[in-house]
Design a protein around this ligand. Structure first.
Ligand code: SF4
Length: 297
């Protein structure tokens, strides 16, 4: 029986589109670990793994006969790791798995701005193909409220630097994250940041407050009022209706476990059709109904 050659320090997360990728932990936890809605790495203290451990994992996978098409570097914001560690890791992957087509990573604006354009270019030359950014919102008030750690302007600057380096950008927006009070400005700011950064991929997650998180406590105290399904459809509709993607075609997906209905297409080509669908969903959704919480959350 095949037993997987390496073990992980749990919990381990990866974007839905990296479901078939080989996961390699370069860092443990998240160097920010403060976002009020996130409980992913609260049980872990952030640290960078020594290169020798990472190398051992990569070699063990090769010895076990794995030949991954794609590799994803964990944990929460591995792009924040020092250049030397990332360069040695990417080089080791290239030498060990010459057929690996793409290496992906999670990134914060802090991580992207912590590297110069030349450094990001070097990482791209060594095989880093895509970075996933949790933008969550393009509004400063909302970003401050959820303690994201970066402003909208920094999100734009970091995203553009990453794209200039040749690395593909996948941006994730959280529907309903500002609650009822900030919904309008969340939509407005998010349209601005998305239009300015024109990511290669863009997706939505629906905000569900996780018990035990500061975000959940704020909701319990009435400081954040969650959005109904109807209001969430309106946010999605308004964002997609407002964004202007001119620099490059953007692949849009809203198929995460937290989204109510899957939806997707290439923008701006399919924008009109998607906006029409969302308008229909928004108008026909009953008042006062909240989305069902996904079983796997
Ligand atoms: S940066 Fe990402 S992983 Fe880290 S706390 Fe925020 S949402 Fe969670």
């Amino acid at each position: 029986m095949f037993s997987f050659p390496i073990s992980y320090e749990p919990p381990v997360y990866r974007p839905p589109s990296e479901a078939r990728s080989l996961l390699i932990q370069v860092t443990i936890g998240c160097s920010n670990n403060k976002c009020t809605y996130c409980d992913m790495y609260r049980s872990k203290s952030y640290r960078e793994r020594p290169f020798e451990e990472i190398e051992r994992d990569i070699k063990k996978c090769a010895e076990a006969g794995l030949s991954p098409d794609k590799i994803f570097l964990c944990d929460g914001d591995a792009l924040g790791a020092p250049m030397e560690l990332l360069e040695r890791t990417l080089l080791c992957i290239r030498e060990t798995f010459p057929d690996c087509r793409r290496v992906g990573i999670y990134a914060t604006a802090e991580n992207m701005l912590g590297k110069s354009l030349e450094e990001l270019k070097r990482l791209h030359d060594l095989g880093l193909g895509i970075a996933y950014l949790g933008l969550e919102s393009g509004d400063d008030k909302v970003l401050h409220m959820i303690v994201k750690g970066n402003t909208a302007a920094e999100m734009v600057e970091g995203s553009l630097r990453l794209k200039d380096a040749g690395i593909k950008l996948s941006t994730i927006v959280m529907l309903g994250v500002g609650g009822v009070k900030y919904s309008e400005q969340h939509v407005k700011g998010t349209i601005e940041v998305l239009s300015q950064t024109c990511p290669h991929f863009f997706s939505f997650l629906t905000t569900f407050s996780v018990p035990g998180t500061p975000y959940h406590k704020m909701e319990e105290r009435g400081l954040i009022e969650p959005l109904t399904s109807k209001a969430l459809f309106k946010e999605m509709h308004d964002i997609l209706n407002g964004v202007k993607f001119e620099a490059n075609p953007v692949i849009f997906r809203a198929n995460h476990v937290s989204n109510q209905f899957p939806l997707g297409g290439t923008l701006p080509r399919d924008q009109k059709k998607i906006v029409e669908t969302l308008k229909e969903w928004w108008r026909s959704a009953p008042e006062g109904v909240y989305p069902p919480r996904p079983a796997s959350m």
